[in-house]
Design a protein around this ligand. Structure first.
Ligand SMILES: [Zn+2]
Length: 312
């Protein structure tokens, strides 16, 4: 279990309470919230001026839960009715004020979060500094050559697979399942981690973006949290049996190399419900589940979301 550090955000420079708790290049952070009731605070201090009230209101910061590093999913909370922007782009927020952010494998280390409270005209801003990750190189031999250099006659099929996957991952529902604690979707041995630079049969390929869990063909796979099935395909070229589940606001799980799928598009699933079985379909060298988490197109690290696996 990764060490955790509590940081209290203020408008002053961030104060790290214990910098020695940096583990494996990843700083595990839970941002805490400072939600002042401006008028109560002003009354308590005997302050009446608009200036002092405004200063207190600026201190209303979003609570962010997650690890401030590349590959991380962060869950945030603002007062209901607030708006939020990441790097100048407005992002979706639930009516409750809950929202989510995701940072890709090679995300810029400097991120700008902005928010506007309901009924206010000023936009507040907070810089987020991500901790840089180090990724290993994974050399894999014995991959069938048709998966390392796909023949021309399968390129249209690969393109069609990619279109379907992109469409499923573009879903932005108002589901709030992403707020729940995720569980691992299968029992087995962790055989591959997020971010590794992949070399297949000596050829450098794209990095690995999933968490691989190896086990026998037929091992149960369960939903890590609630969601709605947005894609169920029995035979994609690279990923074989492929299932995508929407958890809300662009957060999705993708499960690949499945031997069978128990659900269909549109089905609502509950956390812990059996959804598929582990297989060895598509580009694999043995049976395993490759579980991925996305925030729209951003590919995130499932190990950071479940927080049960030491990474690196
Ligand atoms: Zn994998």
């Amino acid at each position: 279990m990764s060490a955790r550090v509590l940081l209290l955000l203020t408008n002053k420079p961030k104060r790290k309470q214990d910098c020695s708790l940096i583990k494996s290049g990843v700083l595990s952070v839970i941002y805490s919230v400072m939600l002042f009731n401006a008028s109560a605070l002003a009354n308590a201090l005997g302050a009446k001026s608009k200036l002092e009230l405004a200063a207190a209101e600026v201190a209303k910061q979003p609570a962010l839960k997650g690890k401030l590093t590349q590959g991380a999913l962060l869950r945030g909370k603002l007062p209901a009715g607030s708006s939020v922007w990441l790097n100048g782009k407005e992002i979706n927020i639930l009516a409750s004020g809950d929202f989510v952010l995701g940072f890709g494998r090679d995300a810029a280390l400097a991120q700008e979060l902005a928010w506007q409270l309901p009924g206010k005209e000023t936009r507040n801003q907070q810089s987020l500094a991500l901790v840089k990750r180090e990724y290993n190189i994974q050399r894999i031999e014995g991959v069938a050559s048709k998966y390392v250099s796909p023949p021309k006659d399968v390129l249209a099929r690969i393109h069609e697979d990619n279109v379907q996957i992109a469409s499923a991952r573009a879903t932005s529902s108002k589901h709030s399942a992403f707020l729940s604690d995720f569980i691992l979707p299968a029992k087995g041995t962790i055989s591959g981690v997020y971010g590794s630079q992949r070399v297949f049969n000596g050829q450098a390929k794209r990095p690995h973006f999933g968490l691989d869990i190896a086990g026998p063909v037929g091992t149960d796979i369960v939903a890590p949290v609630d969601g709605v099935v947005t894609l169920a395909h029995s035979d994609m070229y690279y990923s074989g049996g492929t299932l995508i589940i929407d958890h809300g606001l662009g957060v999705s799980s993708t499960f690949i190399h499945l031997s069978s799928i128990d659900v269909k598009r549109g089905d609502a699933v509950r956390q812990g419900q059996k959804i598929a079985e582990m297989g060895a379909t598509g580009r694999v060298t043995g049976p395993h589940l490759d579980w991925r988490i996305n925030w729209f197109k951003e590919r995130l690290d499932p190990a950071l979301v479940v927080d049960v696996v030491d990474i690196e």
